[in-house]
Design a protein around this ligand. Structure first.
Ligand code: FPP
Length: 229
């Protein structure tokens, strides 16, 4: 959800105004995705690097917005049959945020329409390193034979083993990087980038992204029909 800071700068406002405007985009896009019957939507709300390297004031402001979102959006999530989950090192977040997150996750656990994943204090490399550690520990404990460790084994040790691979990775504010996001899960993701900053991202942009995705021909390393001899 890039471009909150730039959106604010362009208006001569403080960066935190951009994050507050970004929450409105989150609300709208979650609702639109649920209505469009997307099965999963993962939002990169806070990277490990954001959490460590941004000024403390900005991080605390993001925590305030997140906590408020988790409380305020409960009725909308229920109404739209959205199940909330999270990924990342959640236990390192402030206790008050973790409490509201767990409450919203529990409340929405039975919803089956769309799964919304918030990536919080998340880093893709760290997720893979954490999985490697868990596998090594299981091997030492005699629960896993190292000879049979394969891609499926790694997948089962990720933060949320039920999360499917990413089909479409949307980048806002013109970014063309993957920024340490779901590195394992985006192996074959189609990437779509827009110059629109996240606070301005709305249904027409989502429709544009989905239309672009629908026009992609996915090969997964294989060949398309008519690829030649
Ligand atoms: C990146 O923009 C955005 C973030 C680091 C935070 C995203 C958070 C929200 C949209 C609000 C809180 C989230 C939820 C789920 C309620 P940036 O600050 O890097 O922008 P810039 O690249 O223009 O400086």
């Amino acid at each position: 959800m890039d471009g909150n800071g730039r959106w604010a700068n362009e208006r001569g406002e403080e960066r935190r105004r951009g994050h507050a405007a970004g929450v409105n985009a989150v609300r709208d896009i979650v609702t639109e995705c649920a209505r469009a019957k997307l099965p999963w939507l993962s939002l990169y709300a806070l990277s490990t690097e954001n959490y460590r390297a941004r000024p403390r004031f900005e991080v605390m402001w993001l925590m305030v917005l997140l906590k408020k979102f988790l409380i305020d959006e409960r009725p909308t999530l229920m109404e739209n049959d959205v199940r909330l989950r999270s990924t990342g090192r959640i236990d390192e977040l402030p206790a008050a945020v973790v409490k509201e997150l767990r409450k919203t996750e529990a409340l929405t656990a039975g919803n089956r329409g769309m799964t919304l994943v918030l990536a919080l204090n998340y880093g893709g490399r760290r997720e893979i390193a954490d999985a490697a550690r868990a596998i090594a520990e299981a091997a030492i404990a005699g629960k896993i034979d190292p000879a049979v460790v394969d891609e499926a084994t790694v997948g089962r040790h990720l933060y949320d083993p039920t999360m499917p691979d990413v089909d479409l990775l949307v980048r806002t504010a013109g970014e063309l990087r993957v920024s340490n996001f779901l590195l394992w899960q985006i192996s074959y993701a189609e990437i779509w980038s827009t110059p629109i900053c996240w606070p301005d991202f709305r249904k027409p942009h989502l429709v544009e992204a989905l239309a672009a995705y629908a026009g992609r021909r996915r090969k997964f390393g294989g060949l398309l029909p008519g690829a030649g001899r």
